[in-house]
Each structure stands twice: as C-alpha cells, then as structure tokens.
Design a protein around this ligand. Structure first.
Ligand code: SF4
Length: 705
C-alpha cells in the first residue's frame, strides 16, 4: 500500500544556497518542491535551478552505485562494485600510499562551498594530510574572508535582515540578482532595490543592474585595484570620510591618507578606462548617502594582486562609517558554531608541508582562516613529484577539468596519479579519469546545517535526509565510513553527533532534530558591537594600516599592480592577442559547471554565449548567434557570439563552466567551450594568497566555421 505524501522543511543547496524549501516526499521519493514562505532569507522564492530539484534528484543519469575503472585511465570503461568493495579498496590504497610516501601524498579536492566542503578538509586532517584544496580558496570569497579577518577581526556582510534598507548600494564585480554563489542573496538584493536606493555598479559589462544604476563604472577587467584606490583618494582628499568614526575606530588613517594621495582619478583614468569625473561622482555618492553597503563579488579576486584589491575596496565602507550599522555592513552572530575541522590533528611539521604554505601565508599558513593547499603547486607535485610526490587525489563534488584554470595542464596532472576517486551526482569528464567513482547524495538526501550569510551565520538552516536514490550516500557518511575502516584516530563520529556539537557551540539552543523540524533559527542582530568590544585585531581597531600583514612581510597598505598579462604589461602578447578577456560571470540556469543534464534548464539556455561589441564582431566577420573562436596563449574554444554594445569594443566576455553531458563520454565535449582552456594558473602569484590571473587575459577572436 502506498504511504501518504509528507512535506518536510529543508533548505535548497543547489548553489551554496539558502532558499527555504518544502519537499513533498512519498516512500523516499521526491515528488515536488516549493519555496518556504517562512524563510527569512528567501520568503518562498526559488530560482530556476532550485525549481527543478525534482528533475535533478530523479534524473535518470544520476550515478546510483559505486563503479571501478575497468580499462586504462580515462577509457570510459567501468564495472559496478558494492559499497563494501569500494570502501575496502579506497582504504587499502590510501593506507599503502600513506605508508610509502607519507600522508601529504594524498590530496583532497572539492568545488564550491556546499554542505560537505568542511568535511573534505576534516577528513584530510584526520588522515594526516594538509593538502586539501578548493578552486575558490585563492580565487573566490576566501581572499575576502582572510583579508577582512586581518583588517576587521571578522567578516562583514550586507545587512538585509535587520529592517533598515540601504540608501546606497555599490555592486563591485558582482551581479547578485542573476547570479552569485549564495543564491538567496538575489532575493535580498531585489527586496532592497524596491526601496529605490542609489546604485553604483562597477562592471565591465552592462548588466541589468548596471543598466539601472545611477553611476556605472565600466572598468577594464583586472583594474579594480586602481579604481578602488582612486575612490579612496577622492574620499580622503575631499574630506568625505566620517571623521569621528575614523578617528575613534581605525588604525593608520594618516598613513593611508598620505599613501592614496598619489592615486588621483586622473591617474586612474587611463588604467581603468573609467573617466576621472565618473570616479569622483561615484566616490562622492557613496560617501554622501547613508547607510551605504558594498556588495562585492569574486571578480575582484581573479588577479595576482587580489589581496591588496580586496583591502582597498574594504576601506570604502570603513572610511564612510558604514560598518556595523543598520543597512550597511554588519558582523554576524556566527550562530552555526565553529565546525570541528580537526586541524589540531595535524602536527606543526605536517602543516608546514602544506603545498604552497611556505610562500602564501594567507592561503596555507598563519593568515588563513582554514588553510588550504595551493592548486598550481599541487598539480606540479602530481606531474613532477616536486617538491614531493602527490600520488592520490580524492575529489568530492568537483568537475576539476571544467573549474580549475589551465584545464589542459590539469588533465595532464590528473593522468599522472596512482589513484583517484571521484564522488559526484553524475558522471563527468573528471570522474571519467578516476579509479573509483562513488554515487553522492543530492541535498534532499542528507542531513546538514548551514549558517547564512556564509561566515556570518545569522540564520541557521537545516537540510534533512528525506529521500533515497539508488545506493547514493552523503559525502559526510563516506568520510566517516572511510575513517572507521582506516582506523583513523579521529573523524569517526556519526554525522549527526558532529552537527549537534556544532549547534551546541553556536548556542541557538536547538539540536539537529529540533532545528530540522523548524527548518531554521535566527540569531538576533546587534549593531555597533565595537563600541563596547572594539575589533578583534592587534590594535583593537579596523586596521587600515595592517599590522598583521606587515608582520607577515607583506605590504601593510594597498597598492596598484598591473596584471601580468594585459595590454599594458605584455604589449608584445597584445600584438597577437589584442582583446581583453573576462570570464566567470554566472548564468541564472546553471551553477558553475553543474546542471547541464537537466532538460528544462538546457531548453532555457542551450549553448555557451560570448559577449562581443558589434564593431569588434564586424571587424572579424562574426555574426550574431554564430559560433566564434576565442583564443589565448593556452588554447582556443568556441562559444556563440552575443553582440552587445554593453561591453567595451576592446573586451570579450566568455561564459565559464561549459561541458556537454549530452555528448559522448568520456570527454563529454569538455574541450569545446570550456573557458578554463583559456585561463592560466602560472606565476606570478599573489604574494599573500597564491592567486593567479583569471581575468583581463589577452585573447583574440575569429569566426568558427
Ligand atoms: S538561489 Fe540557490 S538556494 Fe536558492 S533556489 Fe536557487 S539554487 Fe536553490
């Protein structure tokens, strides 16, 4: 007899996520999803990706059982095996590699900040290896987190839930109403926009936000640092700053003022391609309108001067007194509790062997909130065995070939491994290179908590396991099962015990089951905590002049540097590749490289599109909607031309994350339109973070016949 349909509260994680969801489930099968109107973040809304969760979960191409490679690596030949056989084999191979080469010869990888990201590092730490990585750690979000921890002692987020709407919103390299990893922000932003704030947009493209902005600064990709410094110059030079706040709560203002005096808007104009008067107008508007907030995105983190760019931009809300105030930037309650990463299981010697830690202290050393390995150095260790060999790579939820820079070099590196495991929802070109593929659970198939906004965690939401598909297992349970099989000293507790410990540390007063029944819990927001507690920095103030950066041997004040591959820094290359490439902008129907299996989404957005100015397209004989080649020194790809005068004639915007699950494996068209064929992961790197240049690279275009 069929049982009744039940409705469970949950939280969508089809992106980093946070939209409240109601799951209609019968006999362990997902029948329907709808937005949860009670959600304090999304108020019942879901984006196109969340709306098709039933299609994702019940997709016929889901991986449903473990498989072992049955031919040469990458040959596309697989045999079904049991979970016991898979876990036994993984345990035995990892123990053998650890015994022979040391634990650091085992690396772990993941992609995006989903439910299991912290569990990947936790398992690595339990195993004794410091080498785990995620493509965003040097390039996306974490540079902002680590920089702000040094500058503020905490990570500020925009105040959308406190009831005071911002009167000015500055969107910098960020288009959250269409995209953004924490997707629920799109709804928060749309609600804030209903109050008609002044809008400033910094973006090379005329996005929907740029089109409705009061001021649109069409910056040259990769020149954000110069633009930020010029805005600081105006705010300081014209005395637009909040003198009382700056005097009482910041450290190093006089040094900063002297430092930015040289970065006038006229100095910045030829570098940024933004007229000086527009820079002035934007700085004046941001400073004069309170409360103001800065919504920033990963576009500012895609060059080797990433940390200093973030530093410069972070000072705009500081100087204008928009920190920890209603409707401005606020600090979170951190109500999710600190995740037990088990990093204490690593000895200092083991931590010191983290790849890249000796050079990039804010990525892998003392300046990192959660230290991670440097990906180019890790790939080199796979290929060349230097500085020591990395023999095994365990990838949990990441299509590495689509999401790491310089995809051809990544492929070459992965092919050198002795042992590779991939856990994912679907077979991917990356999983095809593995020795063992594990079927991972999708978000309605697992118990987890998430604190949002990310890091701040003012709202804590629960997702609960209410669906079972095939033999799929949550990544978290795979880690626990492996830790037990390998008899690791830590990391063997039940998943729910870990979640409960984390919730206890957060202090909200709910255990996991109680939170799951409610769906979410909110922590009260408090403002101006600095008045009684100061800031958690060495000086107790916001460090405009960073004593910690100085102590680590890095510049204490932000400067300007030209990206290594640009029309100005590499004029000889620009002769052959005269256009500036930007990439990484999101598509509302896909999250990074995911979701292209889902027919409804593919119908809405079938093929990759590259934006190009009509004059540039005409010069190269490229017609609207035609396939065109985009080529850099690394390789070339094809995307369909989208002609728009909303992009500078000197710039091309290529979409990222493209592969074609509907094309034959094992490659699934990974080399056709993948923007990471074009990008580079070589030096020079950001001295603090190890960041490489993903934006503002030089390219050329041609019709693809
Ligand atoms: S924005 Fe993210 S969390 Fe919200 S519905 Fe879309 S995919 Fe899900």
């Amino acid at each position: 007899m069929e049982s009744a349909t039940r409705v469970f509260k949950s939280v969508c994680r089809s992106c980093h996520g946070g939209c409240g969801a109601l799951l209609h489930v019968r006999d362990g099968r997902l029948l329907k999803i709808e937005g949860d109107r009670d959600s304090p973040l999304s108020h019942g809304r879901l984006c196109p990706i969340g709306t098709v969760t039933v299609d994702l979960v019940n997709h016929p191409q889901r991986l449903k059982f473990p498989q072992r490679r049955a031919g040469p690596r990458g040959s596309g030949k697989w045999e079904r095996i049991s979970w016991d056989a898979a876990l036994d084999e993984i345990s035995a191979r990892l123990l053998a590699i650890r015994e022979r080469f040391g634990p650091e010869a085992i690396a772990l990888g993941t992609g995006t900040g989903r439910h299991h990201i912290r569990w990947v590092s936790r398992f690595g730490h339990a195993l004794g290896t410091p080498n785990w990585c995620e493509p965003g750690f040097a390039q996306c979000f974490h540079p902002r987190v680590n920089t702000c921890l040094l500058t503020f002692g905490d990570f500020p987020v925009c105040d959308y839930t406190g009831g005071t709407p911002p009167r000015c919103m500055l969107f910098w390299g960020h288009n959250p109403i269409h995209s953004g990893p924490d997707g629920e922000t799109r709804f928060n932003v749309r609600e804030a926009l209903e109050h008609n704030p002044k809008i400033i947009v910094v973006d090379p493209r005329r996005t929907e936000l740029a089109a409705r902005a009061d001021i649109w600064l069409q910056v040259r990709p990769g020149a954000d640092d110069a633009l930020g410094l010029a805005m600081l110059n105006v705010i300081v030079g014209e005395r637009l700053y909040d003198a009382a706040f700056v005097q009482a709560h910041t450290h190093g203002f006089d040094s900063l003022a002297a430092h930015v005096a040289r970065f006038s808007p006229e100095w910045a104009e030829p570098i940024t391609w933004v007229p000086a008067e527009k820079i002035r107008a934007a700085a004046r508007l941001f400073a004069a309108t309170k409360p103001s907030m800065l919504e920033w995105g990963c576009a500012i983190e895609h060059t080797p001067k990433c940390i200093q760019t973030v530093r410069a931009l972070s000072m705009l809300p500081v100087l204008t007194g928009n920190v920890d105030v209603p409707g401005g930037w606020v600090f979170g309650a951190r109500a999710a509790g600190r995740f037990p990463s088990l990093i204490e299981n690593l000895t200092p010697e083991a931590s010191a062997r983290r790849l890249g830690a000796d050079r990039f202290k804010m990525l892998g050393g003392e300046g990192a909130d959660l230290p991670a390995a440097h990906i180019p150095t890790l790939l080199q260790a796979m290929r060349e065995g230097k500085p020591y060999p990395v023999k095994a790579f365990l990838v949990f939820g990441n299509n590495t070939l689509a999401t790491y820079a310089n995809a051809k070099l990544v492929h070459e590196s992965l092919m050198q491994l002795d042992f590779m495991v991939c856990a994912d929802l679907f077979m991917t070109p990356t999983a095809e290179l593995a020795d063992i593929v594990l079927p991972a659970a999708a978000w309605p198939e697992l118990d987890q908590i998430v604190g949002l906004p990310t890091v701040a965690a003012n709202v804590v939401l629960a997702q609960q396991k209410v669906v079972q598909v095939g033999e799929c297992k949550p990544d978290e349970e795979i880690f626990v099962a492996l830790a037990r099989r390998m008899k690791l000293p830590v990391g063997t507790e039940d998943v729910k015990d870990v979640l409960n410990a984390q919730l206890r540390a957060g202090g909200l007063g709910y255990d996991f089951d109680a939170l799951a029944a409610r769906g979410f819990a909110e922590a009260p927001l408090t403002y101006r905590r600095y008045e009684s507690k100061g800031f958690k920095t060495p000086t107790g103030k916001i460090e405009l002049y960073s004593t910690r950066l100085e102590k680590m041997g890095y510049p204490p004040l932000p400067g300007y540097e030209e990206p290594p591959e640009s029309p100005f820094s590499a004029p000889a290359v620009a002769q052959e590749f005269p256009l500036v490439l930007t990439t990484g902008g999101r598509i509302p129907f896909y999250f990074n490289s995911e979701h292209r299996q889902i027919a409804k989404l593919r119908r809405a957005y079938r093929e990759p599109r590259a934006e190009i100015h009509p004059a540039t397209a005409a010069r190269h004989g490229i017609a609207e909607g035609a396939w065109m080649w985009i080529e850099t020194r690394r390789g070339r790809i094809r995307q369909k031309a989208k002609l728009t005068d909303g992009i500078d004639p000197r710039v091309v915007n290529a979409e990222h994350g493209w592969w074609f699950p509907d094309e034959p494996g094992p490659e699934y068209g990974i080399w056709k339109s993948n923007a990471n064929v074009l990008t580079d992961n070589g030096p020079p790197y950001d001295p603090q973070m190890g960041t490489y240049q993903l934006r503002g690279l030089l390219c050329r275009v041609a019709p693809a016949t």
